[in-house]
Design a protein around this ligand. Structure first.
Ligand code: GAR
Length: 208
């Protein structure tokens, strides 16, 4: 199985995947970011599919130029498939993928996209999960690995792990404690998923 990773930020989860020898053959990003440099340094092929290239025609209700999410998602799927990616792991990817991503190529990526999220879903979905958990005053949060679907931070869960909130935690400290867990937990869950997909392929008589 050929694994692509999607990043937008510092890429520390990607770094952990590479440290675990996951078969990452491609790294994609929606913006210039450190994650792309990590891939370059590891001699892994990269693609930058910039959000800014997908401005929707017309403006939204507040007069802002919109984002052509369908067009973007379709193009990203086309480019990942063109590079031969079978499974996609999002690692801090900052663009919500529309159904056109999952539907592309007769549904090539349905059930083939994983995500890690820094909360115990369904609690605190969205981009500010750590901040929201602190604001809610919970004593414990954590991380969730799940199959991605067009709804944000939803989809069947594969694994979860709790992380305590400690006195004096700010967003950065708590997020870093969660990421320390994600760096172990996400690569291990992906490895198990790839193994399962490979076995399914053998049963279907396809090359692994
Ligand atoms: C991780 O904590 C990941 O769970 C989160 O972005 C961080 C990426 O860290 N993803 C989301 O919040 C998705 N909703 P990194 O850039 O250091 O790898």
């Amino acid at each position: 199985m050929r694994l692509a990773v999607l990043v937008s930020g510092t890429g520390s989860i990607l770094e952990a995947m590479l440290g675990r020898d996951l078969p990452v053959m491609l790294v994609g990003a929606d913006r210039a970011c450190r994650g792309l440099s990590i891939a370059h340094d590891a001699s892994i092929e990269t693609i930058l599919v910039g959000r800014d290239d997908w401005v929707a025609s017309g403006t939204d209700a507040s007069g802002r130029r919109g984002f052509d999410r369908d067009g973007y998602s379709c193009d990203l799927a086309r480019r990942l498939a063109g590079a031969g990616a079978d499974v996609v792991a999002m690692a801090g990817f900052g663009t919500i993928l529309a159904d056109s991503f999952f539907a592309w190529g007769s549904g090539r990526y349905r059930g083939r996209v994983l995500n890690t999220h820094p909360s115990l879903l369904p609690a605190f979905p969205g981009w500010h999960a750590v901040r929201d958990a602190l604001a809610a005053g919970v004593s414990e949060t954590g991380c969730t690995v799940h199959m991605a679907i067009p709804e944000v931070d939803a989809g069947p869960m594969l694994a979860q792990q709790a992380v305590p909130v400690l006195d004096g935690d700010d967003e950065a400290a708590l997020h870093e404690r969660i990421k320390t867990v994600e760096r172990e937990f996400y690569p291990a869950t992906i490895a198990a998923f790839l193994e399962r997909c490979g076995q399914e392929r053998i049963l279907e008589g396809q090359p692994r």
